[in-house]
Every structure is written in C-alpha cells, then in structure tokens.
Ligand binder design. Structure first.
Ligand code: GLU
Length: 484
C-alpha cells in the first residue's frame, strides 16, 4: 500500500500555526513512508472565503519547505484539488445515499428549525429530531416528490443509526466509541446544493485514495459521522490520527488574543525557517525526549505518529526564541549575512559593507537570539553614537580619570597594532604604570566609543571599528559631552 496523506485547509486568510503543524506532520509521515502528500482546498463554505487566501496559504507552505506531490498548484491524477470545482460529484454521492436509505430529504423551514432548537435549549445540545420534523422519513413517497416538484427548499441529512455503536481506531488515541444517538443527523447537502464539509471531505478522501487522515483534535467529534459515511458508501475507512490541540501558556486554546497565530507573523519577526519548523515539529511529539534540536531530515527519519501525545501542546514563545538562538549560533556568517542584508536594505540601514557586517555578526552572534535584534544591539558599529549612557559612565568615573583619560588617548594614538589582544595587553601595562584599575579605563571608554555600557568584548569592538574611528569617537566625546 502506498501511503497517501493530505493537508486540507479552508482558505480563510492565512496559515495558522496549528495548520502548519498539521501540514508538517502529514508531510513528515508521507516522507517517512515514501508516500504522497496532497494539498486539497476545502472551500465549500462560500461565506468564509477570503480573496487571495489560497495563494497566501501555498506561499507559507512553500516557505516552510512543505512540498506537495499533488495539489491545485501542481495538478495530479486525482484532481481537481479544489472542492468548489467538484460540486457535481458531491451531489451525485448525496443522492446515492438517499437511494441506499442512509440519507433523507428534510424540508423544514429555518423557522421550524429554530423552534426545534428553542425546545432543546435546556439540554444545551442540539440534535435534529427526525421523528418530529418534516422530512422524507415521515412523508409518503408521493408527498416527498410533490414537495420537491413544487420547489420547496430542502437539505439532505444523514440518517444516523441511533442504536448502533460507532467504533473507530485513532492512531494516537486508540479506540474511540460513540453511541449513534449522540450523533446528529448531519446535513450533507445544503438547500443551495452545496455540500457540507463532512460529505465533501469523505468523498474526496475516498476518491483521492487517502490512506491516513491526520488532522487536529477539533475534528475528532466529526469522525463518527465520517466513519458512518464510509460505511454507508461501502468504502474502506482510512486510518485516523487526531493531533493534540495547541495551547497558550495558560493552557487555554491557542488564540489570536494572546499572541500571533499566523505563520507569516513569525516569519516577519525574524525566526529562521529551520528553527521555526524544528519548534513546530515538537509541539506534541519528541522523537527522543532528550534533545530539542533536529534537522529536517532527522524529523523525517524519526517521525512516528504513535509517539504523538494526546495532551495539548503549549506554544511557548520563549522556547521558540531559544531554539532560534541555537540555530543562529550554528549558521555560517554568510548564511546570516544573506538572511539579514535584505532586511537591513529594506529598512535603509547602513551596514558599511558585507564583510564588515559579517565581522559584526561574528562578534555578536552569541549575544543575540534573533537576527532582527542585531541592528538594534549593534547600531553603534555602523554609525557614531549620538546618545551616551552618562549615568553608567559617571559610576566608573574617578577623580583621576579626568587626568588619566587624555593620557590614555595619547597612548592609544601611538599604538601601531590595533588587533584586540595586543591592544588589551598594552592597556593593561598602561594602567599598571598609572596605578589605575583597568575597569576604570575600559568602562568609560566603552561608553565614549559605543554610547552604551553593554556590548561585546571592548578590544574586539575597537579592533573592528578601527583605530581612526575609535580615536575620532573618543575625541568627539571629550570635546562635546559634558559630565556635569
Ligand atoms: N477543511 C478542514 C480544515 O479547515 C479540514 C479538516 C480535515 O482535515 O478533515 O481544517
């Protein structure tokens, strides 16, 4: 059997991080088993359509490195892959269920449905009461025919066997059992002839020969309905795996209110693709339990649906930031420069030149967690500081400093070797001769040169900035900034 899985999003605007996790698990599973990965667009709910949403979804999936073997953008033997292009099919299958007695016509008006709903209000749960309503189970064949001929609107509902126990296997959750009377007589075809998600989803999964349905836990309550539909059609039931919910830190369902949920927001925030995928892959699964960093190939190699957790997975931004920092530290200066240069250019930031930028990155890569923090932390490397942390400077300013600092400046001017280590050694000797602690030189010096009291190693920073630039900056400070 060749494994065939699908990612079946509804194009409602953007790729949700939960959607990315679902797509990724399908992809890892397909690649692990040498199977096929299919993209199907589930756009049966025409009221929720958003312009450009499909393109946007595909763009985000491509960014993530999730490649499809079949789909609307590449074609395949089982198309069309967009449900709105398959409407005739669903109608045909809906009618087949009427004929086999697994579905029926229902002619209730919206008002009648509302009244029924109202009566059930106290139970908190709404089910279509087929024995009491106007449908082809209660009308004679002639009456039904007449209703249709007279043009009364109708829907087609599934006839759920109330006494039957519906059992299916879930790879993650084991056996799931539901009794028929707990399941609503789901509408399969709406009065405008459009299918509901349930009918279209089952018909397509069958026709597209999907072997494993891997989707979010929120679809678990739909699975008994789907199981019944497969049986009613006489089709094989695919294997199911319902992935754990994604949660906010407070364990509520991941929501926009507590942070970003669109993949594109994380791209814009400067998270690396490989770090983000690594992080997303571990939301509900960990291949070994003692590692957090895996390459894409390792994720494919280790992927095992049976090891996915049942419990919800917390989307922890701090962990994502940590994972991102781990990736940052292993990337080459060229990769990091390639990543950040387009961003700096789009912001009109002067980075001097690529080589200089690479050296700055090298100096700071252990100190930042996200490349977008680079410029903010290091802007003094690219332009003279305009603001100085005088509070911090004064803390390290001794009475003697006023006298020693100009001497040190003159001493610096005589230095021919401006690499960091000799510069440090020379400074050490200078301080010893002056009988002055080196920190009382270095700390004020840092603020004069960079404006800030924090940064990378001072002498490394000076080496990179170059002699002339450092001397210029100290002289500027000396001439223009008052410590009073
Ligand atoms: N269209 C559904 C969604 O938006 C697909 C659910 C499924 O995979 O069956 O997530």
């Amino acid at each position: 059997m060749i494994v065939r899985v699908r990612f079946a999003p509804s194009p409602t605007g953007y790729l949700h991080v939960g959607g990315l996790r679902t797509a990724l698990y399908n992809y890892l599973f397909a690649r692990h088993h040498g199977g096929k990965m299919i993209l199907r667009i589930e756009d049966t709910d025409r009221t929720r359509l958003v312009e450009g949403a499909q393109e946007n979804l595909i763009k985000s999936l491509e960014w993530a490195g999730i490649n499809f073997d079949e789909g609307p953008h590449i074609g395949g033997d089982f198309g069309p892959y967009i449900q709105s292009e398959r409407f005739d099919l669903y109608k045909k299958y809906g009618m087949e269920l009427i004929e086999s007695g697994h579905a029926y016509y229902a002619f209730d008006t919206p008002e009648e449905i509302d009244a029924m709903r109202e009566k059930q209000k106290s139970t908190g749960d709404f089910k279509y009461q087929r024995d009491l309503m106007k449908n082809s189970l209660n009308l004679t064949t002639e009456e039904t025919k007449k209703q249709i001929e007279e043009g009364h609107p109708y829907v087609i509902r599934m006839k759920v066997p109330h006494e039957q126990e519906i059992v299916f296997q879930d790879i993650i959750r084991g056996e799931v059992k539901v009794i028929g009377k707990e399941v609503d007589d789901q509408v399969l075809l709406k009065s405008d002839g459009f299918p509901t998600y349930h009918l279209a989803n089952v018909v397509d999964d069958h026709l597209m020969q999907i072997t494993h349905v891997i989707r979010g836990e929120e679809w678990l309550p739909s699975t008994p309905k789907h199981t019944l539909l497969y049986r009613a059609f006489g089709w094989d039931v695919p294997e199911f795996a319902h992935l754990p919910l994604l949660l906010n830190k407070d364990k509520s369902k991941l929501s926009k209110r507590q942070g970003d949920v669109a993949v594109e927001d994380y791209v814009a925030k400067g998270f690396f693709k490989d770090a983000f995928i690594n992080f997303i892959a571990l939301l509900g699964w960990n291949p070994t339990g003692d590692r957090e960093i895996y390459s894409f190939d390792e994720l494919i190699e280790f992927f095992n649906l049976e090891k996915v957790n049942k419990a919800g997975a917390v989307f922890d931004l701090e962990k994502l930031t940590w994972v991102n920092a781990q990736y940052l530290r292993t990337k080459s200066m060229d990769e990091l420069a390639d990543y950040i240069i387009p961003y700096l250019e789009s912001q009109n930031q002067n980075y001097i030149n690529r080589d200089f930028l690479k050296q700055v990155i090298d100096l700071f890569k252990e100190r930042i967690e996200n490349m977008l923090d680079l410029y903010e932390t290091t802007n003094y490397m690219f332009a003279k500081p305009t603001e100085f942390d005088l509070e911090a400077l004064k803390k390290n300013w001794k009475e003697e400093t006023t006298e020693i600092m100009p001497k040190y400046l003159e001493f610096l001017k005589t230095q021919s070797d401006w690499t960091h280590s000799p510069l440090y050694e020379a400074t050490k000797i200078f301080c010893e001769e002056q009988n002055f602690k080196i920190k009382f030189i270095v700390n004020p010096l840092r603020i004069m040169i960079t404006g800030s009291s924090k940064g990378a190693g001072m002498f490394e920073t000076m080496e990179l900035l170059g002699k002339k630039e450092c001397i210029d900056r100290i002289e500027y400070f000396w001439a223009n900034i008052s410590l009073k």
